[in-house]
Design a protein around this ligand. Structure first.
Ligand code: SF4
Length: 379
């Protein structure tokens, strides 16, 4: 099973916390679409086209800035180039772009899953994050999904925001649950140095919440979502059983994927060799239109790197990791220091090792990054 990720790098305005690759010069969209179609067609006849593509993900940036005609052009070239038998086609949308008409048009293009960047319903938090949408637009977007009977959707929420109280977060979650979302991605606001919030924190104008406050936010989030019948199947992802995101789950399992568009990453494993490459985060070179101009880096991954990635990504999920598979596929076995660490963490209640599966407990998932680094450096 393989997937395709397409990065649409245009945004209406810069959110104050965002460090993804995006630009606000929307006048470049028509040329970008032409370059994207060229990139798609550059794969024609190559071995990547022999594998069936089962998931497509349009992310960004803001894919919903594209018109129906532009999306149609992109999908036509995808279907002409690759063997696509979709299980899931996801598109990220910002609430201010969502209308019943737009949803119906993307549904007709074959998009099965909408991922809506709600983040919050609070006007003061939306304004602090410099989001382009209002509370009303967020609610209207969710109503439009209901009205058009959209096949599947996910909503993004942000917690751990400076100035966000537990009560504010509770209201946001309860407001979202009114629409019975089958899937929610919830992220703790991270302060990235080059962003507007990062600079405000550096200047002492904004104080980020401390770890204990963020932990209280997370406990509230998990309790409310679990009470609503959703389960945490990955550190940042909750769904009702059976509605987990297929495309993202494939990343965690090291399935092959091609990334198209500026700043997009690809991973392809074939005949025992795994390669990762990334396109430059630069719209100018992308618009020149030759893959040689915009491919930034390409590396062949050693078995130990693949094993560590599987371990790192697997521990973020509810399913965990089977160390015997790491051994079988990559010749990776735990050192005695790692074994000791695993037993001591099991005693502390942050992980479980049973029936051949290593996985983090709910308490462990809260400090997943810390634990993974600890485990990897014990080797
Ligand atoms: S819309 Fe998304 S990609 Fe664009 S600036 Fe905001 S968070 Fe970043």
């Amino acid at each position: 099973m393989a997937g395709i990720y397409i990065h649409i790098p245009f945004c209406r305005q810069a959110c104050s916390y965002c460090d993804f690759y995006f630009i606000t010069r929307k006048q470049l969209i028509p040329d970008f679409v032409d370059s994207l179609v060229n990139e798609i067609r550059s794969y024609e006849g190559k071995h990547y086209c022999d594998e069936t593509i089962q998931t497509v993900y349009l992310g960004g940036g803001t894919p919903s800035l594209l018109t129906e005609a532009q999306l149609k052009h992109i999908f036509a070239s995808l279907y002409e180039t690759f063997r696509i038998e979709p299980l899931e086609i996801t598109m990220e949308l910002n609430p201010d772009d969502v209308t019943p008409e737009y949803l119906n048009s993307i549904k007709n293009l074959g998009i099965t899953r909408a991922s809506i960047g709600i983040q919050s319903f609070r006007p003061e938090l939306l304004s602090f994050m410099h989001r382009a949408h209002t509370r009303e637009e967020a609610i209207q977007a969710l109503e439009a999904l209901e009205k058009t009977d959209f096949p599947d959707f996910s909503a993004d929420l942000i917690y751990g925001n400076p100035g966000q109280t537990v009560e504010m977060l509770q209201e946001d979650i309860e407001q979202l649950l009114v629409f019975n979302p089958p899937h929610i991605s919830a992220y703790s606001l991270t302060i990235e140095p080059k962003t507007r919030i990062g600079k405000q924190v550096e200047l002492g104008r904004v104080k980020p919440p401390d770890d204990d406050e963020v932990s209280v936010h997370f406990d509230l989030l998990r309790n409310l979502l679990e009470n609503a019948g959703m389960q945490q199947y990955e550190v940042s992802n909750f769904s009702i059983p059976g509605r987990e995101a297929i495309h993202n789950s494939n990343y965690w399992n090291h399935h092959n994927y091609l990334g198209l568009g500026p700043a997009a990453h690809s991973f392809w494993q074939q005949d025992g060799t795994a390669v990762r490459w990334v396109n430059k985060a630069d719209i100018k070179s992308y618009l020149k239109g030759e893959p040689g101009d915009y491919m930034a880096e390409r590396e062949t991954l050693e078995p130990v790197t693949l094993a560590e990635e599987r371990l790192m990504l697997g521990l973020r999920t509810k399913k965990g990791v089977e160390p015997s598979i790491l051994d079988k596929q990559y010749g990776y076995t735990f050192s005695s220091a790692q074994h000791n660490w695993i037993y001591s963490q099991a005693e502390r209640g942050t992980l479980i090792f049973e029936n051949g599966v290593l996985k983090l407990t709910p308490d462990g998932l809260k400090i997943c990054d810390l634990l993974v680094v600890d485990l990897l450096t014990k080797r």
